[in-house]
Design a protein around this ligand. Structure first.
Ligand SMILES: Nc1ncnc2c1ncn2[C@@H]1O[C@H](COP(=O)(O)OP(=O)(O)OP(=O)(O)O)[C@@H](O)[C@H]1O
Length: 498
């Protein structure tokens, strides 16, 4: 049995054939009669066949058509529910196989009350065409969309854009994400291409498994959601669509885990930029330009990557005490060279974040991590550059509950109260808490694991107390010595005065 759209498509092609014959015969009619017959045939055609068809071919100009790929994705979900015959393919860069319509299958769609029919068609490529596009296969596949001509505007305008957007979003959702690391400059490819190595990004961290204060976590999630939806807003205010996050806190508090959770949440790629292997500001710019949108660019331990503090050139004081401009050449040299031999400078990095080059692709996030926020130049982390400063702190009770759920699959236990009290009395990173929750023996009993943690927390508390005592003692001794020396100096002064 023929389907609705397919029958219309067939009827359409038959009518097209008739129209061709009609057009050939018309050549022999006088001019006035031809114009009249043209009008008449248009009217007749409108009555017999009120449908319009749009075809989208898989290959155009020898390349795979992006629109075709988007339609394939868009129809994939609908096809699963409607079509009798489906095709399963493993698509490049996709994490799962993709279901799509098989040949001559039809899918019905509805958009703002308008009914539409999609059919996948296939014809054999003619030998001449094939020789032109050797990379394309023998079969010529195309989607045919049929709809009533009264809906022409809505389909050509809103519907097709909607299909493209949805198809691209689905492609993004199904694709395999990547973790990029920058190659050393001497192994960059021809014409400065292939500047990054990549592997598949498969980090399991999510916001659900991230141990931190739930209120703070929700704030970050809300911020990310708002960012993802702010395309129009950024365009309206005339700012590049990007956002900066500074993650700071002691080692093992989850800064890297947070980045992985963010990337998984947004479905973004991650570019892990190792600043110490970047030769100069110009290479830094090239690396930035070679990143894609929907990505997170990370510079971990920014304070250790380069000595970025105080690199900004201060203006020299002139004799009059007024500030003078530096010699332009000297300024340029100093601008281009750091103290540690590396030539990436603070100003280069600032340009990287918010210079004109940083707007070369939309929807990007830049993250810096550090264990020492106070060591960073304020210019680098001021609001607007690093829009949100996120402190990753030592483990408190709320964060512990997440870890207990992750590692022991428990929501409560009589020992929770003791753990909560001890976490208030001592500082232990989530990394160390997690480490102590992992069963050390064959026994995987919750009680044993929690007791291990209590023991570790008591030990940490004791170590902290004795360290504090030692420090206080050292300070007391220093103060005594200081008093003694001050007395001696006083005595000598008095003697000299006498
Ligand atoms: N907040 C957290 N939530 C869940 N797991 C955590 C958290 N913090 C640390 N961990 C665990 O500890 C390990 C180390 O944490 P992570 O590397 O994210 O810390 P970091 O702050 O980036 O440390 P560093 O400053 O040393 O790079 C992670 O693999 C994770 O298993």
């Amino acid at each position: 049995m023929k389907m609705m759209g397919e029958s219309w498509a067939e009827l359409g092609s038959r009518i097209a054939g008739l129209m061709f014959v009609w057009a050939t015969i018309q050549q022999f009619f006088p001019h006035q009669l031809r114009a009249y017959l043209d009008k008449l045939s248009d009217k007749l055609l409108g009555i017999v066949y009120p449908f319009v068809q749009i075809t989208v071919h898989e290959y155009t100009g020898g390349r795979r058509n992006e629109v075709y790929a988007a339609i394939e994705n868009y129809l994939g979900a609908k096809s699963t529910a409607q079509a009798r015959r489906l095709k399963a393919d493993m698509v490049k860069n996709s994490k799962s196989f993709v279901l799509s319509l098989d040949k001559s299958e039809e899918v019905t769609d509805e958009f703002r009350g308008v009914k539409l029919w999609w059919v996948l068609k296939e014809s054999v490529r003619s030998p001449t065409t094939f020789s032109l596009y050797r990379s394309a296969p023998d079969e010529k596949k195309y989607y045919m969309l049929s709809f009533h001509r009264k809906n022409r505007d809505i389909v050509a305008g809103a519907y097709l854009s909607y299909v493209m957007e949805e198809g691209k979003a689905l492609e993004l959702k199904n694709r395999q994400r990547k973790l990029y690391t920058n190659k050393p400059n001497d192994s960059w490819g021809w014409e400065g291409k292939h500047l990054w190595n990549h592997i598949v990004f498969e980090h399991p961290a999510t916001f659900q498994t991230l141990a931190m204060d739930p209120k703070k976590k929700q704030e970050i999630i809300d911020d990310l959601i708002a960012f993802g939806k702010s395309k129009e807003y950024y365009a309206k205010i005339g700012k590049a669509w990007k956002r900066g996050y500074l993650l700071y806190g002691p080692p093992g508090t989850g800064k890297s885990t947070m980045i992985a959770a963010m990337a998984n949440f947004l479905n973004y790629d991650v570019y892990d930029l190792e600043l110490t292997s970047v030769k100069n500001n110009s290479d830094l710019r090239k690396l930035l330009v070679d990143t894609s949108s929907k990505s997170i660019i990370v510079i971990e331990d920014i304070d250790c990557s380069l000595d970025l503090t105080g690199k900004r050139k201060k203006k020299k004081k002139g004799k009059s005490g007024e500030e003078e401009q530096n010699d332009p050449l000297e300024a340029k040299e100093e601008e281009n060279e750091g103290d540690d031999g590396s030539k990436v400078t603070l100003s280069g990095l600032l340009n990287f974040i918010d210079g004109i080059w940083s707007a070369c692709g939309p929807e990007r996030i830049i993250i810096f991590t550090t264990n020492h926020k106070d060591k960073l130049d304020p210019a680098l982390i001021r609001r607007g550059r690093m829009d949100m400063h996120i402190e990753m702190s030592y483990c408190k009770f709320e964060a512990f509950k997440v870890l207990a759920k992750n590692y022991l699959d428990v929501d409560s236990h009589p020992l929770f109260e003791t753990v909560g009290r001890l976490l208030e009395e001592t500082s232990m990173s989530p990394c160390d808490v997690a480490e102590n929750l992992i069963p050390k023996t064959a026994s995987k009993e919750v009680e044993t694991c929690l007791n291990n943690l209590v023991e570790a927390l008591n030990k940490a508390k004791e170590t902290a107390r004795s360290n504090a005592e030692k420090e206080a003692k050292t300070k007391k001794v220093s103060a005594r010595r200081y008093g003694h020396w001050m007395k001696m100096i006083g005595k000598l002064r008095r003697k000299n005065e006498d």
